[in-house]
Design a protein around this ligand. Structure first.
Ligand code: SF4
Length: 256
C-alpha cells in the first residue's frame, strides 16, 4: 500500500489540448515545485493538504472532504465509483503528478488493471518518476515551460527544459500517445518558439498545442490571435508537423 496527498478527485471533461471535450475522471495530485506566473491551480501546489475534495456523484460538482494522506487503493476506489460508461480515460494531473512518485505509479498501474486508460498531464520536471510510470501510460500531455513563465529562476530554466525534453523523448520512445502543450503569454517571442520547436522536431513527430494564456495570478491579459498565428507559423518553420491553437475550454463553460 502506498499513501499520498491528493487535492481533488472528480468527473468532468478535459478542458485543454488534443483531447478537449473527452469525459474523464481527474485525480489532482497535491503539490508542485514550480511557480508559473499564470498558475490557476495555486491551491493544489501545496504538498500536504489536510483534506482532499472528492466528488460525491459524477459531474455533480458537489464534493465531500476526505482526509489526507490517502492510500492508493482508496483513490482507485473513488476512481471506480466516479467512472461513468462514457469516460475516455483517467487524467493524472496536479499540482504535478510526477512529484507523487510511487503513489502515482501504483494508481496508474491500478487504472490499467481495471481497463481504464491513463492520461498524464505533467510539466515533465522529473525524468526519474517518468521512467517508473511510463509503462502504465496511454497518453501523455506534456507541458514545456518558457522562460517568461518564471516557473523556475531564469538561470535554472535551461535545466528544466532539458528534463522536459527527456520526458517527452522517453514517452515517445515507449509508444505513449504524446503531445506537447505550450502556454503562450503576450510576451512570448517567436524566437523562443522557434528554438524550442527545433528541439521538438528532432525528437520525432510530436503534435504541439499552443494554448493562449487565460489571465490568472500575475498575468493580466491573453495574447492576440495575430500573435498566436505568428507563433504557429514559427513552429511549422521549425519542423513541427501538427500544430493546434486551443484555448482552455472548461473555463468557458464553467466546469471543474
Ligand atoms: S506547473 Fe502547473 S501547477 Fe505547477 S505552478 Fe505551473 S501551472 Fe501551477
Amino acid at each position: 500500500m502506498v499513501d499520498g496527498f491528493v487535492g481533488q478527485i472528480f468527473n468532468s471533461i478535459q478542458g485543454e489540448g488534443l483531447y478537449v471535450g473527452r469525459r474523464q475522471v481527474f485525480v489532482r495530485f497535491a503539490g508542485c515545485a514550480l511557480d508559473c506566473n499564470y498558475c490557476d491551480s495555486e491551491s493544489f501546489r501545496e504538498f500536504r493538504p489536510p483534506k482532499c475534495e472528492v466528488e460525491t456523484r459524477p459531474g455533480s460538482m458537489k464534493v465531500k472532504l476526505v482526509k489526507n494522506p490517502m492510500s492508493h487503493e482508496l483513490v482507485l476506489r473513488h476512481i471506480g465509483r466516479l467512472a461513468t460508461p462514457d469516460i475516455h480515460s483517467v487524467s493524472l494531473t496536479g499540482g504535478e503528478p510526477l512529484g507523487a512518485g510511487e503513489f502515482l505509479v501504483e494508481i496508474a498501474k491500478g487504472c490499467q488493471r481495471s481497463g481504464l486508460a491513463t492520461y498524464l498531464e505533467s510539466n515533465g520536471a522529473s525524468l526519474e518518476t517518468m521512467k517508473k510510470v511510463v509503462d502504465y501510460l496511454d497518453i501523455a500531455a506534456m507541458d514545456i515551460k518558457l522562460p517568461e513563465h518564471r516557473a523556475v529562476p531564469v538561470e535554472s530554466w535551461p535545466r528544466l527544459l532539458e528534463e522536459e525534453l527527456s520526458c517527452i523523448e522517453l514517452s515517445l520512445k515507449k509508444g505513449v500517445r504524446t503531445f506537447v502543450k505550450i502556454v503562450v503569454l503576450p510576451t512570448t517571442h517567436e524566437k523562443t518558439i522557434l528554438a524550442i520547436c527545433r528541439r521538438l522536431a528532432e525528437l520525432g513527430d510530436v503534435p504541439l498545442v499552443l494554448q493562449p494564456v487565460f489571465p490568472a495570478r500575475k498575468v493580466k491579459r491573453s495574447p492576440t490571435m495575430a500573435q498566436m498565428y505568428r507563433l504557429s507559423r514559427a513552429a511549422a518553420r521549425a519542423g513541427v508537423k501538427e500544430i493546434a491553437i486551443i484555448p482552455q475550454v472548461h473555463k468557458l463553460i464553467g466546469v471543474l
